[in-house]
Design a protein around this ligand. Structure first.
Ligand code: OGA
Ligand code: NI
Length: 181
């Protein structure tokens, strides 16, 4: 796990720098704000599910970070939305999956889109995945790199809190639409 975290931490930094450069920014924003102490790994276990396909392993959602780097085993079940349709992400033991998260969408002023994804269950096989969430500290202010800005400036801490409050009160995450100008 330590080796995986170190490797993907380095990868996430490189990818963030490349994505920022594509927008015309040579920025050390990510190096300064996304530290090993503010990023985290989540290890997911999905037991076989007899009520497949009515029950999701993970409900449709977007990730509340800059980038997620995911490794899934050979069972599969991850799906993402493209052009309004759900597509399965075929397991590939040689590949990592990289998702754009909400923070990159806000930072890039909607140039990069946070991808909607979900996990469908498997009636027979147990599934494992490991996700690395590339996050800044809670006090980091997320501000669009372009004007006019689509979203209000917000701190990651405020964003996380809003997501938690919405999930508690409404049963679902609202996410970025809450922060539209
Ligand atoms: C997540 C996630 C996908 C998977 O943890 O946010 O989307 O394949 N995981 O487990
Ligand atoms: Ni996710």
């Amino acid at each position: 796990m330590e080796q995986f975290a170190t490797t993907v931490a380095d990868l996430a930094q490189k990818l963030a720098a490349i994505l920022a450069e594509q927008l015309g920014f040579k920025s050390n924003f990510f190096q300064e704000n996304c530290l090993s102490s503010t990023c985290y790994l989540r290890m997911n276990r999905y037991p076989p599910c007899p009520t497949h396909p009515e029950v999701f392993g993970l409900m449709p959602h977007t990730d509340s970070d800059f980038l997620t780097i995911l490794y899934q085993d050979e069972v599969g079940g991850l799906q993402l939305v493209k052009d309004g349709k759900w597509f399965a992400v075929k397991p590939n033991p040689e590949a990592l999956i990289v998702n754009i998260g909400d923070l990159f969408q806000a930072w890039s002023n909607d140039v990069y889109k946070s991808v909607q994804h979900r996990v469908v269950t498997n009636p027979r096989a147990e599934r494992f995945s490991t996700a690395y969430f590339f996050c800044p500290s809670y006090d980091t202010e997320i501000q669009s790199c372009y004007e006019p800005s689509v979203y209000k400036k917000f701190s990651f801490g405020v964003y996380r809190q809003q997501v938690q409050d919405d999930v508690k009160k409404l049963g679902r995450k609202v996410g970025l639409p809450r922060f539209l100008v």
